[in-house]
Design a protein around this ligand. Structure first.
Ligand SMILES: C[S@@+](CC[C@H](N)C(=O)[O-])C[C@H]1O[C@@H](n2cnc3c(N)ncnc32)[C@H](O)[C@@H]1O
Length: 186
């Protein structure tokens, strides 16, 4: 078990399982999950609403499930046509992606106009004391946790790339549904 797993295991029980249970049944149609890892969301999808599932991760050792198509790639360059997916899922992943904005633009490109982007991301805590502490430990954490950063405000970056967010927050976790804003509207 890595240091990251040790920190995340209690948070999974306290917060994340409940958030996944609320959010993941909204996935439908052609689904792309980026940062699939061990497939933590699989137990929470309503598989009767899913036509196909593509799993993408920078690491090869993704957990294997039947009826999933796997891609070992980084989130910034997706090998899919424009408007290919009804749902894109990223949970606890953008924090480790080196070029977040490029990845978000790619998510928007491959998502259909009426599609949904389901997200869970941890962000910098609000308080000045905890926020300051996070800035202090972030360089070490980043090295220990495969590039994961604790001091980001990822939802603002998602919004900045042409998405309207229906967002909730529990502790440091921001989660919800992002929908594409019509280019003329935005
Ligand atoms: C903290 S884990 C989260 C796994 C899972 N999504 C969850 O909710 O528990 C982050 C995952 O994102 C993957 N990842 C990190 N950087 C990535 C990138 N640039 N492109 C695609 N996946 C990446 C990691 O390999 C890892 O599987």
């Amino acid at each position: 078990m890595t240091g990251y797993d040790l920190v995340m295991a209690p948070l999974e029980k306290l917060y994340l399982a409940r958030i996944r249970r609320a959010l993941m049944p909204q996935a439908f149609g052609r689904v792309l999950e980026i940062g699939f890892g061990n497939g933590a969301n699989m137990a929470y999808f309503d598989h009767s609403k899913i036509k196909s599932l593509d799993a993408l991760d920078i690491k090869e050792n993704m957990r294997a499930f039947s009826d999933v198509t796997y891609h070992v790639l980084s989130a910034e360059e997706l090998p899919f046509e424009d408007a290919s997916f009804d749902t894109v899922v990223l949970t606890l992943t953008l924090c480790s992606v080196p070029d977040q904005l490029k990845a978000i633009r790619e998510i928007r490109r491959v998502l259909k106009d009426d599609g949904v982007y389901l997200f869970i991301e941890h962000e910098k805590p609000r308080g000045s004391l905890t926020g300051g502490l996070v800035e202090l430990v972030n360089p070490l954490w980043r090295r220990l946790a495969s590039g994961c950063q604790l001091n980001l405000e990822t939802h603002k970056k998602i919004e900045s790339q042409g998405f309207k967010l229906s967002r909730q927050r529990r502790g440091v976790f921001h989660y919800g549904v992002a929908k594409k804003i019509d280019e003329q509207e935005g």
